[in-house]
Structure formats: structure tokens, C-alpha cells
Design a protein around this ligand. Sequence first.
Ligand SMILES: Nc1ncnc2c1ncn2[C@@H]1O[C@H](COP(=O)(O)OP(=O)(O)O)[C@@H](O)[C@H]1O
Ligand SMILES: [Mg+2]
Length: 231
Amino acid sequence: MKNYFITGTDTEIGKTFATCALIHAITARGIKVAPMKPIAAGTINLNGSDINEDVAVLMSAAGNSFAISDVNPYCFREGIAPHIAARHEGRPIDIDVIRAAYKRLCSSSDMVLVEGAGGYSVPMSDTESMADIPKWLELDVILVVGMRIGCINHATLTADAIRTRGLKLAGWIANTPAAQMAAYEENLATLKRVIAAPLLGTIPRVPASYLISALDATRLAVKHLDVVSII
Ligand SMILES: Nc1ncnc2c1ncn2[C@@H]1O[C@H](COP(=O)(O)OP(=O)(O)O)[C@@H](O)[C@H]1O
Ligand SMILES: [Mg+2]
């Protein structure tokens, strides 16, 4: 079974949301999925501990069955660009730490879904970027496209950058994190033409009136995904 790196056209476009929906959809097929968010910036206080919100949501989508130190080896306090947060805390990111945590998750699950931070080329240091993670961990990539104006440009550049690094784009998801964009169907048709990879699903905005929690919303999104090609 393959493991995947989940990237997106930007920050706040639904990478975590789509990853949780993937976790639910794949888990429903009897496959044990481990989430990983190797680098996170920004914490909230949850029951007395500082934790990154994405990490908390991903962990609970996967039934809280993995060690947080493996799911999230690097958690920086400030919600800023990770390489700057790492510099402020004097804690440079070491890929060997990430690789060791990833291997532990691999040995305790059937599939690992690794969520990046921000967009595909966000720096990790002055010399390395988030895009090095799928390269180092030998992961195929899933691209979450946040359906809003500008997404065709972001999606095309990201898909090109993935292929330029010799990585495989295994599929993409069209997610609507906010109001439905104007000319949605035409934008979707254009994206299908320019992204040469399977569309795993189109997730509409789950209306706030249905939301009990962000996690419940991701459960509602499962019916919009087809995971057959990635499991
Ligand atoms: N399809 C959707 N329906 C409703 N809310 C969504 C949807 N996609 C994302 N969101 C919300 O938008 C915000 C940003 O999504 P998130 O997954 O955290 O983005 P990213 O991981 O790309 O930064 C979150 O509050 C999330 O719950
Ligand atoms: Mg996220």
C-alpha cells in the first residue's frame, strides 16, 4: 500500500479538511491510516496542552491511536512561516527526525497520509523546502485545490513543480472552503484539463448550520471522495 503527501494550492484551503475526509473514507475500507503533520506552526491550548490545531484534528480523525511525537515531530509556537518560526526557537528542522517518526508510523499502520504546511514550496530552512519531504520519504502527492479565484494558476504551478521534482501526482481534490466560486463548473472543467491526474472528488462547502465540529464536517465530506485509485 502506498503512502501520500498532501499538499495544497495555498494555506487555509482545506488540506487538513480533505486529509481528514480521506482518513475517514480509507478507514471505512478497513485500512488503518496514520496521519502525519511533520511541521506545524501555531498552537492552541487544548485541555491544558499546547498543540497545533491541524494536529489535534488529524489525530482525532485517526482515532487518537498514534503518538503525537510521531504525528508531529516539529511544532512551533508562532503561526508564521515554519523556517522563520524554527529560527526564532533555535530549533532547525532535521529530516532524519522526520524520517524516523515516519518509519514508526509506517510500522504501526497500513497507510500514512502526510500533510504539508502551507503551499508546496514553503521553505523549511534557507536551503530546503516542504517539497523535499515527499522526495525524502518517497511519497506520491495528492493536491488539494481550494476552489477560489486564482486557483487555476496555483494548481498548474504546483502540479508542474511536483512533476519537475520527479514526483508522481497521484490525484487531486477540488475543495470549496468558502462560498462557491463564480463559474465553478467552468473552472472545474479547466482544472480537469490542466491537471493530468485523477480527480478524487469535489467537496462542496459543508454549510455552517451542519457543523457540530470541524471533524464532523469532514465525515460529511466522505461521500464526495472516491479513494479506489489511491488504496
Ligand atoms: N469543504 C469545506 N466545508 C466547510 N468548511 C471547510 C471546508 N474545507 C475547509 N473548511 C474549513 O476551512 C478552514 C481551513 O481549512 P483547513 O483544512 O484547515 O485548510 P489548510 O489545511 O489548507 O490550511 C477550516 O476552518 C476548515 O474547517
Ligand atoms: Mg492544514
